[in-house]
Design a binder for this molecule. Structure first.
Ligand SMILES: O=c1ccn([C@@H]2O[C@H](COP(=O)(O)OP(=O)(O)O)[C@@H](O)[C@H]2O)c(=O)[nH]1
Ligand SMILES: O=C(O)[C@@H](COP(=O)(O)O)O[C@H]1O[C@H](CO)[C@@H](O)[C@H](O)[C@H]1O
Length: 211
């Protein structure tokens, strides 16, 4: 089965290069797509310099919109989604995320940070279904109608799909991994505002899609 790695990225010039270096080491990945979601920094330049496919959205569509734009440009039968701000990503993590789907055991895997940083470990312990690290069979994504409008609700949209269709998923521990938190990227005040906006987008998705 062919595999595409899609990385939605909004102003991630500091971390995207390192993520791409790691993803490129994994031979079983056939195609790598970075979707710059209206970034105003050097995300696009850095991604292009790594020789991967880049979708350069001129306006911010939110995370779900960026994922959908990547899907539309992709060819893989399995889609691996990774966030662009991961810390400690290795080929080992990536292969472990892909394996349950590639082997045909389940149509979706879900990566959860363990043994990384206390704050990010704790967040994923309480809400593992918000993780941005997943491998998914393409046909499942094709059946979703609300990917592009979900913004940060996208992980809930995927979780809803799992529940609705009674899909088996496999949780994959991602040891020693973390991500750069919003407050670290943007400073405390702007980061906290971005966090509130993210929570609002998640709650908004829930309001519009009561179970
Ligand atoms: O409008 C947005 C917001 C975020 N992202 C990307 O989605 C991923 C997860 O977002 P973020 O890092 O803000 O969330 P966190 O990992 O901090 O929860 C990252 O690769 C972001 O660059 C995006 O493509 N569009
Ligand atoms: O872990 C969390 O609480 C949030 C917020 O992380 P930050 O510490 O604000 O960077 O991150 C997750 O949730 C987002 C919304 O579902 C996902 O898009 C991210 O991929 C995920 O890391």
């Amino acid at each position: 089965m062919t595999i595409t790695c899609i990385i939605p990225a909004y102003n991630e010039e500091k971390t995207i290069g390192n993520i791409l270096d790691v993803v490129k080491e994994v031979e079983i990945i056939d195609e790598i797509i970075v979707v710059s979601d209206g970034s105003i920094d050097k995300t696009v330049d850095v991604a292009l310099s790594k020789g991967v496919k880049v979708v350069d959205l001129k306006e911010n569509r939110g995370k779900g919109g960026a994922m959908k734009a990547g899907l539309e440009e992709s060819e893989g039968e399995i889609i691996l989604f990774l966030d662009a701000d991961l810390i400690g990503l290795t080929p080992y993590h990536i292969k472990n995320l892909i394996e349950p789907v590639k082997s045909g055991r389940v149509p979706m895997s879900l990566g959860v940070f363990t043994n990384g940083r206390k704050t990010t470990d704790l967040a994923q312990k309480f809400a593992p279904y918000l993780s941005g690290q997943r491998a998914i069979k393409r046909e499942l994504l094709n059946s979703m109608s609300d990917l592009e409008v979900s913004r940060f609700g996208v992980e809930l949209a995927l979780t809803r799909l799992v529940e609705k269709e009674n899909i088996n998923i496999e949780i994959v521990p991602l040891p020693d991994m973390s991500h750069v938190m919003k407050e670290e990227k943007l400073g405390f005040v702007k980061g906290f505002m971005a966090r509130l906006k993210m929570y609002w987008e998640i709650v908004n998705y829930l309001f519009k899609n009561p179970s």
